[in-house]
Every structure is written in C-alpha cells, then in structure tokens.
Design a protein around this ligand. Sequence first.
Ligand code: NIG
Ligand code: FE
Length: 414
Amino acid sequence: MRIRFTELAGVVGSPQPLATDALCGAEMASLPVLREAFVDVVDGRIAALGPMAECPTDDAGWDVRRLPGQWMLPGLIDSHTHLVYAAPRVTEFRMRLDGASYHDIAAAGGGILNSAAAIEAADESALLELLLERLEKARATGTVAAEIKSGYGLTLESERKMLRVVRRARELQPMPLWATFLALHALPKGADLDTYVEDAVAHWLPVLADEGLVDFVDVFCEANYFRPIDVHQLAEAAAKRGIPLKAHVNQFQSIGGIQASVAANARSVDHLEVLTEADLKSLAQAWAHGNGPMPVALPHCSLFLDIPFTPGRALIDAGLPLAIASDCNPGSAPSSDLRMAWSLATHQMKLRVDEGLAALTANAAYAVGAEDRMGRIQPGMDAHVILTQPMADYAELPYFTSENRIAPTLIYGR
Ligand code: NIG
Ligand code: FE
C-alpha cells in the first residue's frame, strides 16, 4: 500500500526523524510545520514528507491523493477514557442541576456504583456494540488511538467483562487500544477498604494480567476513595508483572497522590484540577531526575462538573510537559471529542494552539508509552493522521468551539 498525499496546504510534521521524547515547557509551543507539502505513506507508515518542490514526479505504483488547501496533522491520542459503560447517568445530571454535588450523589449510592450496577447487568456483546459505536464517534473528532479503563466492574467477573470488551474491540476495528485495569475506583457498599484493596491487588490483578487483559493499572486516589498507600500497593504488585501505573489524582483534593505516583514510577498522573505548590514541585523534581509521570489534563471533566481547569499554563510555564485526554465517561465527562478538548485547552486553560496540539499528540503518546510509534508526523511513525477541510491555518480546528472541520481521520493511512 503506497499512498502519496500531495498539494497539502501544510503538514505539522518533520521530514527528519526527530527525537521522540515528551515535549516539555517551551518546546510545546512550536511544532515543526511544512507548508505546500507532500506525504508518502507506505504500508501504514510515514515513509517521507517534504515540500511540493521535492515531491517525486514518478507516480507509478502510487495511489495519489491531491488535497489542495487541506492540512495534515498528527492524529489525536486519547490516553484516558472510560469508554466501556452501559448507560448515561442523566438522573444524576438532573440531581446536580437541582443542587446536589458529585460527592452527594456518590454518598447516596449513585455515581460509580450506579455505573457498576449497570455493567453487572449488561452482557458482553451489548457492551462491545456500544464501545464500537463510541470509537467511531471519537474518530470523527480526530481520535486515532485510545486507552480504555475498566473500573465500573468492582468484582473480578465484571472487571474481566469490561477488559474483555476492550480486547474484542481491538480485533474488530483498526484503532490501537490500550486496556487499563482500574483496580481501585470506588468501594462497593458495605465493603471493607483494606479487604477490597487486598482482593483487587493480590487476587484480581494476577488473574487478569495472566489472561493478557492488562496494559496499565490505575487507581482513583482521592479523599473518600483510595489512599496514597493503596497506590503503592497496587503499583508494586503491577511492577512485578511489568505493568506500569496510571493514576487519577488531585481531582478534588491534594492528598499525596502525586508523590505516591512519582515514587511508583507512574507513566501518567491524570486530573490535577487541584494542584498545590508542593505538588508542582514534586512533578518538577521528578522530571528534573528524568523519571516524571506525564501530567494529563481532562478539560471535559472540568467543564461538566464545573470544577477548576487543570493549571496547564502553570505546568508548561514551569518547564513541564502536559498531555490532554477526554476522560470520556458517563459521570464526569460525557464527551470523547478531543477536538473540542483542544478548543477548551486554548479558550479555558490559555494554552497556545501548538501547545494544545502537542498535548493531544506527542505527549499523549508518551502517556500511553507509544511515543516511538505515534504522535508525530515524521518518517518511521505509524500514519495516524488528521486531514482538515481546506483552511488557511489549522488553528481553525480549536478556534471553532463546536464546529468540527476534521475530514477525515486516517489510521495506518486509511
Ligand atoms: O475520571 N474520577 C474518577 N473516575 C472518573 C469518573 C467516574 C464516574 O463518575 O463515573 C473520572 O472522572
Ligand atoms: Fe477518569
């Protein structure tokens, strides 16, 4: 398969293979751009790109696509989703509009426990159908790869059901997917905290990992949910199996989740809506020592729950990297739209256009450990890209708050 994209208005990419490190601080603001360009894709990978003046004239054996005025950008990578769920939670939405908080709803037995009851009742193939539809929808707004968490199971059987759905989806559609065992998400009614942690960490994790269902583990480290010590336990057990940690931290309160995640060599720390000076310092120190977790902001969650936006501007200004993901889930972020997350990052988090794009591409790839394969348009990378409608400046993508001018999204060049 040899596809030549020609006459592009421009490509956000580089003809030379550049380093695939996370982009930190000021590096995020100026991505390489080539105007009036061509891109060659061979067998699903970027083979070459360059200015049109250097485009080979012998097209024999090439499927040539002329795309005057259109831009090619790296596809958006969703490093944090809960895309396997049985049903929306609109009753809770109404309750919040009547004045109840996210915490009030959870304390009354709703929230994550509500989604868990629905997962338990749902059959695997119904969940699979829903997931496939959601992946299609995400792709229309620029998503080319996604991480998907369990965590609405809360029993071994239901957690396995969720993770099996991800595995089956991987076989049925082209988008690369990572499965995360969200081992510690909420405590079932009446359960004892220590016993639950012990079950999830010492009993469920080995079973699910042996079945090949787990790429990452995750924990919701938050007051009234799980503690930093639980982060340690989970990470230690996972590390013995070579499985890296991701963590939900600092969504509502700062309780030491960042420090526990740094100590556990986490691949990413996600949410960070509440970030103290000490937390920022812990992250900066970790990155200075070369073993920092990728900070991941989830702007749809801030929008939907009306909580602070993660201080992405401050993180970048401190020289740190930042990734952005959707957090798509029925309780706190009912949207998989990463183009809109880019828009929110610029309008609400005061990121520059390229900073937002870097957060959704190269740094998002880092957050799932795939930075050597995707997140950039350069020779050797998989051809997961966005094509835009004809436009003078790709900044039109985040500029429009709700209009989607992506057309279409290509995975392995198709
Ligand atoms: O990332 N914060 C924890 N978990 C999810 C939301 C869970 C839910 O309410 O269903 C999140 O926001
Ligand atoms: Fe989440």
